[in-house]
Design a binder for this molecule. Structure first.
Ligand code: ZN
Length: 146
C-alpha cells in the first residue's frame, strides 16, 4: 500500500515519467522519505524540489548523491551505487537514510544559492569544502525525524 499516492498522471511526461524524469517508484520513495522523516521546513523544500523536477537520478560513480555548481538547484541521486559488487539505487534505501541524504544535498543547494558564479563552479579550498560538508551534515541531523 502506498500512503501518499504515486505521482499523478497529470504530472507525467509523454514517456510516463514523473517530474525530474523519475520513475513512479523513485518519486514515491522521495515523497515518503520527506513526509515521514524530515522536519516541516526541510520537508517543504525537498517536496518543492521533487515536484519542480529538481530531484533527478543518475549514475554518479561512488557518490550517493550530489549537487553540481553547474546546476546548483538540482539534486542528483545515484541509481547505481556499487556496494559489494551489487548495483544499488539510493532511491531504494530505507526512507530515513534517503531523507538524510536529501536534506544534506538540499543544504548544498541552499549554500550554493549564496555563492557567486565563480565560487559555485570553481569551488574553494579543501578547508572550505570541509566546512560546507559539516554544515550540510549538521542540517540533515537537525532536520531528520525518526
Ligand atoms: Zn555534501
Amino acid at each position: 500500500m502506498d500512503p501518499f499516492g504515486l505521482c499523478a498522471d497529470s504530472l507525467k511526461d509523454k514517456k510516463g515519467l514523473c517530474p525530474g524524469k523519475l520513475t513512479d517508484k523513485e518519486f514515491d520513495s522521495v515523497e515518503h522519505a520527506a513526509r515521514e522523516h524530515l522536519s516541516l521546513v526541510a520537508r517543504k523544500r525537498v517536496l518543492d524540489a521533487l515536484y519542480g523536477g529538481r530531484i533527478r537520478g543518475g549514475n554518479l560513480g561512488g557518490d550517493e548523491a550530489h549537487v553540481s555548481g553547474l546546476s546548483p538547484d538540482v539534486i542528483r541521486v545515484n541509481r547505481s551505487l556499487s556496494v559489494f559488487d551489487q548495483r544499488l539505487s539510493v532511491f531504494n534505501w530505507d526512507p530515513q537514510s534517503l531523507a538524510r541524504i536529501l536534506a544534506h544535498e538540499d543544504r548544498h543547494v541552499q549554500q550554493l544559492a549564496n555563492f557567486g558564479f565563480f565560487t559555485r563552479v570553481l569551488g574553494g579550498s579543501s578547508g572550505f569544502h570541509a566546512v560546507l560538508q559539516q554544515d550540510a551534515d549538521a542540517y540533515a541531523q537537525v532536520n531528520l525525524q525518526p
